[in-house]
Write a protein that binds this ligand. Structure first.
Ligand SMILES: [Zn+2]
Ligand SMILES: [Zn+2]
Length: 384
């Protein structure tokens, strides 16, 4: 059977925008809805065809491919291997089409976007913790084992909330589906509506005697040691999230997430500036004039650096790649060493005599030449 053009199926032009496509599909879905056309196989085919057309045309990526290549765009990629979509898929689309906002069609299809049945699954709440990291840990990445106090699955009832096996039943009202169907008379004729089962509140089970440990919610307070892999390069205030590691959910639902807030512990001598590490080095005037070699701290041990004879205060030395890596990247910052010349705050009379002798010597007269970088050049170099 050759397929009809999706635009023809929905009765819209190729220029139709998303709102027109949605509206056309809504009309087709109502017209051909199986609840309105019981036993009518042609209506059912039309219903499926419209759903398939909408599935493609409502997705910008699929629509673009379809516009370019038609039904041959991606053999098997459209409409589930060239066949029709199954009914559950179609009904699950209805959340977008008919759900919410006082839509007049909502009642026809059960509202709340879950017309295809299925139990209500509860989600556990998210849990937030803070993790303090040293600069060294941030630079290398670290695995932290953290003990968290949270809601865990009740060990007595294994999360079911029931006292024992005999007090845990499939809900008789809905047969475990979590939803009930009702036939109502409307101006369009008899319609079936689907709503959350009032007996089990959508959970599909009934508990006649509650677990005494958790009082029926399937949860208890407990500790869990969670191992958190923190990638290199994180920074203060960043949040990581581990799905399913938060609080457990009532009666076997989906656990919440663990949100990890990063805190940086200040380093005693190194400062972080983005990906770079800053170190303030102080040398005395004699070493600056004569040259020397000094040890400086880095995030992985000490490094020996050479200070050339005639080094001016304010010079910035760079240790390439000794900074912080960017998260999930090979890019790494540098360590920058600011050379400060230490000026004595007090001098002895002997030191004073020597300094007095030196101060009028020709070499001591400041004579910045072209080879000296200006303050602004140094700053600019740093930002490059
Ligand atoms: Zn329990
Ligand atoms: Zn029920």
């Amino acid at each position: 059977m050759s397929k009809r053009d999706y635009y023809d199926v929905l009765g819209v032009s190729r220029q139709a925008d998303a709102a027109e496509i949605k509206s056309a599909y809504r009309k087709a879905a109502i017209k051909f809805h199986p609840d309105k056309n019981p036993g009518d196989t042609v209506a059912e085919e039309n219903f499926k065809e419209a759903a398939e057309a909408y599935e493609i045309l409502s997705n910008p990526e699929k629509k673009a491919r379809y516009d370019q290549f038609g039904h041959n765009a991606n053999a098997g990629g459209f409409g589930g291997g060239g066949g029709s979509m199954n009914m559950d898929d179609i009904f699950s689309q209805f959340g977008d089409i008919f759900g919410g906002g006082g839509n007049p069609f909502e009642s026809f299809f059960g509202g709340g976007g879950r017309s295809s049945g299925g139990r209500r699954v509860q989600k556990g709440t998210n849990l937030r913790i803070k993790v303090k990291l040293t600069l060294e840990e941030i630079a290398k990445g670290v695995e932290k084992k953290v003990k968290v106090n949270k809601q865990i699955v009740c060990h007595t009832c294994d999360g079911s909330g029931a006292k024992d096996k005999s007090s845990f039943h499939t809900c008789k009202t809905c047969g475990g589906a979590g939803s009930v169907r009702r036939v109502t008379n409307t101006i369009l004729g008899q319609m079936q509506t689907t709503s959350t089962c009032p007996t089990c509140n959508g959970e599909g089970v009934e508990i006649t005697a509650k677990c005494t440990t958790c009082k029926g919610d399937g949860l208890e307070r407990g500790e869990e040691t969670i191992s958190i892999n923190i990638p290199a390069g994180v920074s203060e205030g960043m949040q990581l999230s581990m799905s399913g590691k938060g609080n457990a959910a009532p009666r076997g639902g989906i656990a919440g997430d663990l949100i990890i807030l990063i805190e940086e512990v200040p380093h005693e001598s190194l400062k972080r500036d983005g990906l770079n590490i800053i170190y303030d080095l102080y040398i005395n005037f004699a070493d600056a004039a004569l040259g020397t070699s000094v040890e400086v701290p880095t995030i992985d041990g000490k490094a020996k650096i050479k200070i050339d004879a005639g080094t001016q205060g304010g010079k910035i030395l760079r240790l390439k790649g000794k900074g912080i890596p960017e998260v999930n990247s090979y890019h790494k910052g540098d360590q920058l060493i600011y050379v400060n010349i230490w000026t004595p705050k007090a001098v002895s009379s002997e030191e004073r005599d020597i300094l007095e002798k030196l101060k009028d010597s020709a070499n001591f007269k400041p004579q910045p030449g072209k080879s000296e970088k200006s303050f602004f050049e140094r700053i600019k170099e740093y930002f490059d």
